[in-house]
Ligand binder design. Sequence first.
Ligand SMILES: C[S@@+](CC[C@H](N)C(=O)[O-])C[C@H]1O[C@@H](n2cnc3c(N)ncnc32)[C@H](O)[C@@H]1O
Length: 242
Amino acid sequence: MTQEPPPPGSGAHLTFNAPLSSESAARLVVAATAHAPEVIIDHGCGWGTLLLDILAAVPGARGTGVDVHGPDIERARAAAASRGLADRAGFVEGSSSDLTEAADLLVSIGAFQAFGTVEEALAALADRLHPGGRLLFGLEYWRSLPTAEELALMWEGASIDDCLLLPDLVELIHGAGWRILDLHDSTPTEFDAFEVGHLREREGWLVDHPDHPVRAEVDREWSAWLRGRRRSMGFVTMLLAR
Ligand SMILES: C[S@@+](CC[C@H](N)C(=O)[O-])C[C@H]1O[C@@H](n2cnc3c(N)ncnc32)[C@H](O)[C@@H]1O
């Protein structure tokens, strides 16, 4: 048993680094591939599960995932190999801003910040979309506006300007020239599985090391989730077209 606690947020216990269940993702994959995309690019792909799910659903398509986080890219490459998809899936460690290739299907789940603001991301992704293409776009929104107390707890430097209410987000998307073909609103169960999935490694470690100082840090993370984000934060994944 290691004497050092696992690092926070590795996502080792998660399928996606987003509040999405496999069932929800499977439904979105069907919707997002109805136009038979040949080239797929996932900006901020994490460890690549969704891109690999899409490639598995569209035989013959090829895909590229890009992410700045090296360990996630390594995990994605290993997953591609073990799923027999390495010949059609490439994973690049780097920033989305440097990957300007266009695609038939773009994916940006929990990662619009790779391009700046939501508006900047929608513009950058529009520039990277082939005519007739689709964008699977997932991001946080305010289910209801957070109180000052919730904001102070949810994450360092959290601001009311970090998200929009869903009607405002939809108007922003429409104003940017996109139409919304499908929408999945992550459920409380998907959120809870996501949050506890991130905490589980260190919770498990604390069972065997109850007096380690990391306990206070993990306890604060529970508070940031349950007293900070849980009531007001939503996550929506939309299938967009121009
Ligand atoms: C919330 S995670 C979502 C990961 C993945 N889309 C998923 O749903 O499992 C956001 C990801 O965006 C990546 N990211 C942040 N800035 C980026 C950038 N400039 N270029 C590419 N990826 C970036 C992070 O490293 C992280 O893996």
